[in-house]
Write a protein that binds this ligand. Sequence first.
Ligand code: SF4
Ligand code: SF4
Length: 496
Amino acid sequence: MANFETPELTKWPVVPKIKPGAMSHLAPYVAKPEIQQPLGYPGELVDNWERVAIDKLGELKGKYRSLQVFMDACVGCGACTDKCHYFLGSADPKNMPVARQDLMRSVYRRYYTLAGRWFPKLVGARDMTKEVLDEWYSYFFQCSECRRCAVYCPFGIDTAEITMAAREIMDTVGRGQKYSNEVIGKVYKFGNNLGLPGRAVADTLESLEEDVEEETGLKIRFPVDEKGAEVLLVVPSADFFAEPHVDGLVGYAKVLHQAGISWTVSTHASEGGNFGLFIGSYENMQRVSIRIREAALDLGVRRIVFGECGHAWRVAYSFLNTLAGPFDFLDPDYPVPQHICEVTYDLIKRGVVKFDKSKNDHMVVTFHDSCNPARAARLGDMPGGQFTIPREIIKATCNHFVEMAPDTVRDATYCCGAGGGILTDELMDVRVKGAMPRMQALKQVVDIDGVTHMVSICAICKSQFSKVLPYFNFNARMNLGVHQLVSNAIVLENRV
Ligand code: SF4
Ligand code: SF4
């Protein structure tokens, strides 16, 4: 375990006494030139970077009207101050959403408002300096772009969008984050975030097929690059081998097998994740998305289905058609794209897949709503489907389900602590602190209701929980995906 303090889990949520500067030491590794350049960014701080940054801010506020509104609309009411998990876990006042916004707002005021130009001190306006840039680099990478603060702001000011804009400005002047930008580079080179060559993906799926045959006695296929399949399945690459993710992939395969739906993974687009979102780069988000269109066309599929990955689903649901459409070559009877939970839920409703719920009787399960499906997308065609559908699947597969406290679930859910490009080891301090509110809510249901497992539909949440649960004296293996419950309980028949 690393050298930092794990926050204490109190019985009830407590707003901490502020500790100015508590997290000012923390910043992610800076991307080297060879990581920056494939994404179209300078490798180091450009000459006259202050002017370039100010101009980029001007460009972004013109391009995204929301950014201009967010810069102007805050009245300092304070409603957001205790809503960020990073503030609650770290007590650093700069992790209050309004203070995080002010890092940019102060620069905006200096260069883009009359009062800031003439009376900077009076309106809290600051010059763009190296000190300011360093502060941005630290605190805009202590925001997981989870949007929880926006739910409580009377004006809907979305700090996530401000963070994205700040990161785009920093990339433009040559200060990029190693983790996110390296991951995007791997997608361009290998087709996935992990840098797995196509052969490795195929080998992994082949051995998974053997393992599942051994477990079930059935030939459940895990096809790769299979032309003419009905569904292109786009999963987070962690699903290929990480625990507990891979058990979810087995669940998707079992559902599709039982429904008689042919499917394939593509080695060209072997990744659902899209870190272009995290760095606020429309261009990179589009380049990553285009691979999915290319794979769908090349393989001649009729549908595109995404696996359990929160931000992948946000990009897919909200932007895929704009970024990589039109998808008029796909079957118009299905939404483009679909989420695996939508597919499974529909099959449950139609009685195509059935479950032996007793297979999950050793668990008392709670559900962690992941930020991106909860606050930035939807599942199904009914309002709140992103909350209902996973819960309906859980209830169909499992006899013991318990909700966490109402102010910690659905659109009030707490982030796992590692979304938005924070899932990197050098930020473990803030990851553990940011996980505190979720761990606190989990502890309540563990103590009171005997909860043994927490399920989610996000690859980043699963990876983060595997790491942080032990810091709070929980077993890392209590963390699983919804489709792992499905996999355990589904009643299967031989389809070959
Ligand atoms: S991490 Fe979430 S709650 Fe905190 S400032 Fe960022 S978007 Fe708001
Ligand atoms: S809730 Fe909204 S208006 Fe109030 S301080 Fe926070 S960002 Fe500003």
